[in-house]
Write a protein that binds this ligand. Structure first.
Ligand code: NAD
Length: 357
């Protein structure tokens, strides 16, 4: 059987290690699968780098590879048949433009635990000042001044988006004895039955001590945290965003922090992250004043889109990506395909039992 050539963009050492170690195990499981040739590039997919995909069947990308309509045309013209996202979110790909030209698959779930646990890790670090205590005790400073936190037990947490990650996060919060309010466009009855109260967004804003975001980035959710919604939140509210940066208007967040209205923010994602995240800028000047100011705040913790980064998640990503590609080559479709069939950008999540075009 013909081998399949996959070119990886934005591939880091951990991506290469996980795909290289997963491939032999995956091949053992699927002896009928075609041989796989993998080529890894650290660079992002862009108009300048797209030529690296020439001669390959599959382009494998990550969250910050921006796949515009013109890039789709170039990939299709080169004969690339499949864009394989090695992530769940797909707001970086013009799904509408891809329809009828090139298939797009993603990894819908690789470890919701990884992301939910990171959200809680950020929250606990921030509220119990662990990051500050760590630096102090390394310097033999055992003072407790300025390290006062608050109990999670009995606090109200608002969870926006109760899909796979939101559901895990809710269970963690319930373990802490927190009251959970939730908002989702499509409420989940099992979550409601576990004691969670689904409420309108306005009540999430007004009643929550902590708000954690686990919904996708769409036209509807972009900047859902803005000056107007921050004003509706409790004074001292703690915001946790491990979903997509543009859910939060960063300038409005900065103002909210400066006005002491927002008590703390835990950010694993940032709306302009594609210019900086995953790169080492130590010793350089970062040309993003908002990010620099946010990072300078004592009550903001930023990690660089790290929530997914566990061994389990990486090996699940590798295995599902290889499965998606194998399924697509064998039958022309994959259960994890994204398409524009329903006519709404970013909301078509059909489980494809038939090829979509
Ligand atoms: P999911 O599809 O299982 O759940 C998303 C939930 O959001 C669904 O229940 C859906 O009904 C709900 N939703 C859709 N539109 C909404 C809206 N307008 N308002 C409120 N809720 C809405 O997805 P998931 O696996 O739980 O992932 C959630 C998000 O987490 C992804 O979209 C992705 O952006 C992000 N993510 C981040 C990382 C990371 O490393 N930081 C890793 C994986 C996923």
């Amino acid at each position: 059987m013909k081998s399949v050539k996959i070119v990886f963009f934005d591939a880091k050492d951990y991506d290469i290690a996980s795909f290289e170690s997963s491939l032999p195990l995956w091949q053992e499981k699927h002896p009928d699968a075609p041989a796989v040739e993998m080529k890894f590039y650290d660079t992002r997919l862009s108009a300048d780098t797209v030529e690296l995909a020439r001669g390959t069947d599959v382009v494998c990308i990550f969250v910050n590879d921006l796949v515009t309509s013109s890039l789709i045309d170039r990939l299709a013209e080169m004969g690339v048949r499949l864009i394989a996202l090695r992530c769940a979110g797909y707001n970086n790909v013009d799904i509408q433009a891809a329809y009828g030209k090139i298939h797009v698959v993603r990894v819908p779930a690789y470890s919701p635990y990884a992301v939910a646990e990171h959200a809680m890790a950020l929250l606990m670090t921030s509220i119990r000042r662990i990051h500050k205590a760590y630096i102090r005790t390394r310097d033999f400073n055992f003072s407790l001044s300025g390290l006062t936190g608050f109990d999670f037990h009995g606090k109200t947490v608002g969870v926006v988006g109760t899909g796979k990650i939101g559901a895990c996060f809710i269970r963690i919060c319930q373990g802490f004895g927190m009251r959970v309010l939730a908002y989702d466009k499509f409420p989940n009855e099992a979550i409601r039955a576990s004691g969670v109260e689904y409420v309108p967004l306005e009540k999430i804003w007004s009643d929550s001590d902590i708000i954690s975001f686990h919904c996708p980035l769409t036209d509807e959710t972009r900047h859902m945290v803005n000056a107007g919604t921050i004003a509706q939140m409790k004074k001292g509210v703690v915001l946790v965003n491990t979903s997509r940066g543009a859910l939060i208007d960063s300038e409005a967040l900065l103002e909210g922090i400066k006005e002491r209205h927002v008590g703390a923010a835990c950010l694993d994602v940032y709306e302009e992250e594609s210019n900086v995240f995953f790169h080492d800028f130590s010793g350089h000047i970062v040309n993003d004043d908002i990010l620099a100011r946010l990072i300078s705040m004592p009550n903001i913790i930023v990690t660089s889109h790290q929530a997914f980064l566990t061994q389990e998640a990486l090996s699940n990503i590798a295995e599902t990506t290889l499965d998606n590609i194998r399924e697509f080559l064998a039958s022309g479709f994959s259960v994890n395909e994204l398409c524009y069939k329903c006519g709404k950008i970013g909301t078509c999540l059909h489980d494809h039992s038939q090829p979509c075009f």
